[in-house]
Design a protein. Sequence first.
Lengths: 241, 446
Amino acid sequence: MSVLFGWVLPYIVLIVFLGGMIHRMLAWTHIPVPFKLTVFPSPDTTCGAVADLAKEAIGFRSLWRGKKGLWFMSWLFHISLAFIIVGHFFGIGLLGQQFTMFGISAEESEHLSALMGTYAGVALVLGLLMLSIRRISSPTVRFISNFADYLALILLIGIAGSGMYMRLFAEIPYSVVQEYLVGLLTLHPIAPPNHPAFLFHFTMVELLLLYFPSSKLMHSCGIFFSRWLITRPHERQVILK
Amino acid sequence: MSESVRIPFLSKDNSHMNLSFVPTEDRPKAAIEILGEMLKYKRSLKLYLDVCTHCGACAEQCHSYLGTKDPYNMPVARVDLVRRVYKKLFAPGHSIFRAWDGAKDIDQETIDLWYKYFYQCNQCRRCAVYCPKGIDTAEVTIAMRELLAHLGLVPKFHAGITKNMKLTGNNMGTPIPAILDGIEFLEEELKDETGLDIPIPVDKKGAEVLFNPSSSDLFTNTDGMMAVAKIFYKAGISWTLSSRITETANFGLFFHEPTLREHNRKLMEAGKELGVKRIVAGECGHGWRTWRMFTDTINGPLPFPVVHLFEEVLEYMKDGRIKFDKSKNPEIVTYHDPCNYSRGGNLIEQPREILRACVENFIEMTPTAQYSFCCGGGSGILMDEAMELRMALGQPKAESVRNTNAKILCAPCAICKAQLPTVMTYHKVDVTVKGLSDLMGRALIL
């Protein structure tokens, strides 16, 4: 089992995930946009449009305009997810020593890393649970939900839940995980840490990434394409006087 | 076919658009072919079918859903009617994944549902303002109506209007001699009202401005047309109408791109023939969007600009050529943003600036500007047969207007002017609907 999930699957996942994602984005860029679809008021310059896009991607401005409750759940979930992904790179990559560059001791850095990870994890789980409850409890949202919408939530809750379990009850040293991942990346795979929570967590991530390019999760890339259609600066060829 | 799905108001003759009827049993197959073609040249369509996450942020923002309470009128559910076919036949990924996404085969009932629900969308684009992915359901509606048109499914109303346009150069189907008669009558009215010889020139070569009114201005909203004549007269601008085309409203935008192109080309040719310096578009929402946003694509860089009447009037105001007397409009006035002015065509501040200059009491309604609700008549849902639907679609707007306690509702768009009076009466809101030109005409100091 651990040979399949720990050694073979990661490479397949990486190829499917990256290849699929790039393929889908290229497919979008290859289709023409015959008409200008700007929704006004819109920025006049490319810089303005990029700033607009950034505000949207970071602050979820459109959701803020509507129901604030949905904005809060969605924003909490996405922002904590972003924190956690970055945290994984730094935490595992630098073994929790990333904050020593701000002049604190190695021990304090590890502690801070763990603390931030815990907070972000709690926020992530909270966000996910709120979004799930909304999807199940509201008749209108249930009406528009497919199995895929629930599946994405289930996978993410599984990942976040197992991550929090490791964080709170069964901590695995960063170094063990780092060793395993470095092995994978340098094409000298070693056995994954033999730890049920870790294996579950890692497998769920693999499943999610496998599913990613075929799913609605592609909105993470698509949002930039679709928003660009309506925010890109509109140069009017004819100016008054 | 289920009982609830009926296809009403279908046109029996679309030959003027070169559209033929596809027999009922062949429709699903033909629809798949057309959809496949569209996905190759409309990035918006493919993106919008791909990136939706079913978050439901659009539902509460759609006046169509708020007014009818029909779950398929949530923008997301409306688009899902296509998305499920897209997922089945065109989407990338394994068929199991696509099945989880709600993939479903296309059948006759699907097409009936398309017809029913894409003709309950006003293409107002309010959902695009609230959708975190910026999905503009109007784009999907336009594409799907085009697909339906190729199957021969066009409402009687829309087919009639495009036929009128083709035959007479205006949507009302008024022949040119009648138009000239009407204009003569308006000139006499102007003489009676002001004592001045204010001309409404037609086909005057070498005029500075070609004014392209909404054809309803010539017959039903004549105050607006006369106001425009007065403004040009006072500003000392040489202007003209064209007998070739007296229509800003371009119904092609709603369901048939070739008609959109032809209409646009007609106006460009009229402008070139008369040798004008610029074209000024009259009060019409979606017409303005086609001139403002689509002309460059359809007819390339133009030899002259297309500007809106409000932009033109603002220039006159800044130059001091015309002045308004506010006291002529003492009533409380509120302003309805036609969807294709605010979201569609960047006319948000201009009409307000003019309003503040020519009325004493101007108050905003909530929501307003780019957040404003549609009147419920957008995209040509103006047929008498659909009165019940129209009143439901107009309900959110009626509530916005009611809360202002205004006496005059300024709605500078021919479709809004046709839709709002009935909506306001039906929902018992005591307000008079007027165009901005009417108010300008009343306040203009001659």
